[in-house]
Design a protein around this ligand. Structure first.
Ligand code: S3P
Length: 429
């Protein structure tokens, strides 16, 4: 059990950790390209270390320098067939993207993960890859890890997204880039586009038009240099914190501002929140800059439809804001939250209700009414989910002394979360 003293305000500037999604892709593309690539400022968290260890098992030679990793690889035509299973740990991105990387290899691989990942659906990548000829087998009719990725001859194909998921799209694109011929992937709703940006950066012939991504695959990928910006999803906890703790003022430096990730800024605007964004650079397709925000009223409101895919990782922070808003915060069309590191809808409902809030639960979301008085007997549960744990830490510090069952899982994406919050704390009245 962990408890925190009540904090009044958060003030100052922070640099959030490097982007998790970009780091995974930087490591994987460096493995797929023949030669020496560099990933500078990578995120070193539990999830991205799962990808890095898979890269090493598959033949990537990794040299770790201070904040720049050198990865030498024979390229995707010459992967090593590992003598053991690849353990993806807690990381859905590792498991799903790697399945796409390995499916066309013509070799035998076994993937597994921790107890949480073994419950998360893998058929969403197995199905489209199988339509392209892959032969992948798993538990419960190929739905769950462990998966065996076995030798198969894959062919180019036109795939339509059945799930709004960047991980599924990326698995298909990473496979398609290795397969001779023209493949396409059609999205109904745009999802984060880091794979598209980075595949192009590594020399893949890839174009995007009206939600259709076209890849002419089979060509060699050339080594490149990836610079990882700050993770917008980690900054979400600080944006929410500035609105939860009175008299706060936070400057977030060098955070990624890719438009397929920053839907939270649109949500905050629709809730009447004002902030400043100072865009610094967008040359390599991954823009970044600074965001500053101060304490102010949050009106609240409803979010649903296409924006949900863009804010999927930020919903725990948005839901917590519902406690402090003028009117309810309602989140719909977000059924995907039920298959994240935990069932985030029921996790949020459980914690926010325990605090005394009126919360309605729907299959595809939740509606949180402003908190009238806090239940100081509340016990917050993290469900072994890093984003739920980070919200719990903010709530425990905001109300003071509320116990949290576990906070160790923040190391999945943000190992230094507590230290970063503590740097900004103002305790005096
Ligand atoms: C990710 C995509 C999202 C997100 C996850 C990271 C990625 O998952 O929730 O944290 O890096 O592609 P889905 O693709 O399942 O929505």
């Amino acid at each position: 059990m962990k408890r925190f003293e009540k904090i009044r305000s958060l003030r100052g500037e922070i640099t959030v950790p490097p982007d998790k999604s970009v780091t995974h892709r930087g490591f994987l593309l460096s493995l797929m390209a023949e030669g020496v690539s560099y990933v500078s400022n990578p995120l070193l968290s539990r999830d991205t270390l799962s990808t890095l260890s898979a890269v090493e098992m598959l033949g990537g030679e990794v040299t770790k320098n201070a904040d720049c990793f050198k990865i030498k690889s024979p390229g995707f035509r010459c992967f090593k067939e590992p003598s053991d299973i690849i353990d993806c740990g807690n990381s859905g991105t590792t498991a799903r993207l790697i399945t796409g990387v390995l499916a066309p290899q013509g070799k035998f691989f076994v993937l597994t993960g921790d107890d949480s990942l073994k419950k998360r659906p893998m058929d969403r990548v197995v199905d489209p890859l199988s339509w392209m000829g892959a032969k992948i087998y798993g538990r419960e009719d190929n739905r769950l890890l462990p998966l065996a990725v076995t030798p198969a001859r894959m062919f180019s194909a036109d795939i339509k997204a059945a799930v709004k998921s960047a991980q599924v799209k990326s698995a298909v694109l990473l496979a398609a880039s290795q397969i001779d011929g023209k493949s396409s992937y059609t999205e109904t709703t745009p999802t984060r586009n880091h794979s598209e940006i980075m595949l192009r950066q590594f020399g893949c012939d890839l174009t995007v038009k009206n939600n259709i991504i076209t890849v002419h695959g089979g060509g060699k990928l050339s080594p490149s240099k990836v610079r990882v910006p700050g993770d917008f999803s980690s900054s979400a906890f600080f944006l929410a914190a500035a609105l939860m703790f009175e008299n706060s003022e936070i400057l977030i430096r060098n955070v990624g501002l890719n438009a397929t990730r920053t839907g939270l800024l649109d949500v905050l605007k629709s809730f009447g929140v004002k902030f400043d964004v100072d865009l610094k650079n967008s040359e390599d397709g991954e823009p970044f800059g600074d965001i500053s925000i101060k304490s102010q009223n949050v009106q609240g409101g409803k979010i649903s439809g296409d924006i949900i895919a863009n804010v999927i990782d930020e919903i725990p922070a948005i839901a917590a804001l519902g406690l402090f808003a003028d009117k309810p915060v309602e989140i719909r069309d977000a059924g995907e939250l039920r298959v994240k590191e935990s069932d985030r809808i029921s996790a949020l409902v459980c914690n926010l209700r325990s605090l005394g809030a009126e919360v309605q639960e729907f299959d595809d979301g939740l509606k949180i009414s402003p908190l009238e008085s806090v239940n100081m007997k509340a016990e917050l549960k993290s469900f072994d989910d890093h984003r739920i744990a980070m919200v719990n830490i903010l709530l425990s510090k905001r109300f003071g002394n509320l116990p949290i069952d576990d906070i160790a899982c923040v190391d999945v994406s943000f190992p230094e979360f507590l230290q970063n919050i503590e740097k900004l704390e103002v305790t005096s009245c």
